[in-house]
Design a binder for this molecule. Structure first.
Ligand code: ATP
Length: 368
């Protein structure tokens, strides 16, 4: 088992810089996800770790060894691709045995390792089948077994579940995490699926605009995004551009005037935030699930409480997503758990929204 050190790595394609000065330490035994929008450089980074691409500048270390410039087969990696890449003419057993035969291991040792890895992915009973006799999920498990059979120091997963349907994908995510925990292998997953990254990973690296925007645990990334890019990319978010009103509110909170939002009579929307004085930010976020909604008129005009009018309702079974207009200008996204309403609200219904000062989170500017 090894950690991975990406040391100041950049990659150019002609004049185009796909990745710039990436500095990242993946810890030994960690499940780490690289997440970001299409074209942000996830695959480029994974390919450089795998050895399919060389960095333009910088170094990559696996364990203590500088592997920059080493061919893929000398890096001791297991790799699983999106399209499985199984050999159709070989049985499940022989697919998994392939890497061991190339390494010229004794037959007995090959059988032991293949049996072990097939048991790990729960495919022992299908060792004699060909790939066309397997479901998509089973094929992907063979690909994982094949990658693990060589006992790699690191497992690289390139969108391995994206060809599977939603239900199977969820099952395979759980299975992947179980296998990773059982083997303790350092794993890097490339994905554009934020839910997958949040639910599987010990830590996540968010790539955007060719740079590593934030590295943190799923909780840190979701609750304390490093900047606006991360906040906007992970989950849904209400973003506010604000001006400080210069006067402290109750309990040491800060009062902010939100630009481009208006209540009735053109009065501004005022936010109260519980950030310490030392934090300077012009943009604040409020997650939609942190906003409470009430249909009983209350104390309108108080801070962090505003009247609204239902604009759009989208029912998703376990939750209701609502777009709510302020009386003057601007709208807020609200997510409420299903049991909150006896019946669904409809467009035009008046309501009241309120939230805690602690949920108004400052966002440093990107790269700041
Ligand atoms: P996706 O989620 O769509 O697979 P990604 O985050 O994996 O995207 P990469 O494939 O790493 O993105 O590509 C990063 C950027 O580098 C993209 O803008 C892409 O067009 C560019 N790029 C990648 N490979 C090459 C290449 N061989 N030549 C020129 N540009 C390239």
């Amino acid at each position: 088992m090894s950690g991975i050190h990406i040391d100041d790595v950049s990659r150019q394609f002609g004049d185009f810089t796909a990745l710039e000065e990436v500095q990242l330490q993946v810890r030994e035994g960690e499940f780490f996800s690289l997440l970001g929008p299409s074209g942000c450089g996830k695959t480029t980074l994974l390919n450089m770790i795998a050895g399919f691409l060389d960095p333009s500048t910088g170094r990559i270390l696996i364990g203590e060894q500088d592997v920059t410039g080493l061919p893929p087969y000398r890096r001791g990696l297991g790799i699983v691709f999106q399209d499985y890449a199984l050999f159709p003419h070989l049985s499940v057993f022989d697919n998994v045995a392939y890497g061991l035969q190339i390494r010229k291991l004794p037959k007995k040792e090959i059988k032991r390792r293949v049996d072990e890895t097939l048991a790990l992915v729960q495919l022992s009973s299908m060792a004699d089948r060909r790939s066309h006799q397997l479901s998509g999920g089973q094929r992907q498990r063979v690909a994982i077994a094949r990658a693990l059979a060589i006992e790699p120091s690191v497992l690289l997963l390139d969108e391995p579940l994206s060809n599977l349907d939603a239900k199977l994908r969820k099952d395979m995510q759980t299975e992947l995490r179980t296998i990773q925990r059982r083997t303790g292998i350092t794993t890097i997953l490339v994905t554009h699926d934020q839910e997958e990254a949040l639910s599987l990973s010990d830590r996540i690296g968010i790539l955007g605009h060719g740079r590593l925007q934030q590295v943190g645990s799923p909780l840190e990334i979701y609750r304390q995004p490093a900047n606006r890019f991360v906040a906007d990319f992970i989950g849904q978010v209400n973003l506010f551009h604000t001006r400080s009103m210069g006067d402290a509110a109750s309990g040491g909170n800060i009062r902010l005037q939100v630009e481009h939002y208006e209540l009735a009579n053109g009065s501004p929307l005022i936010l109260e935030t519980a950030v310490p004085d030392s934090v300077e930010a012009a943009t604040y976020m409020l997650r939609p699930e942190r906003i409470r909604i009430s249909f009983i008129p209350g104390s309108e005009g108080q801070l962090n409480r505003t009247p609204g009018i239902i604009q759009h309702v989208s029912y998703a079974g376990d939750q209701v997503r609502l777009k709510i207009a302020l009386p003057g200008k601007g709208e807020l996204l609200v997510v409420a758990p299903d049991p909150v309403f006896p019946t669904l609200p409809v467009q035009g219904d008046p309501c009241e929204l309120y939230w805690a000062a602690e949920d108004v989170i400052p966002l440093p500017t990107e790269g700041g």
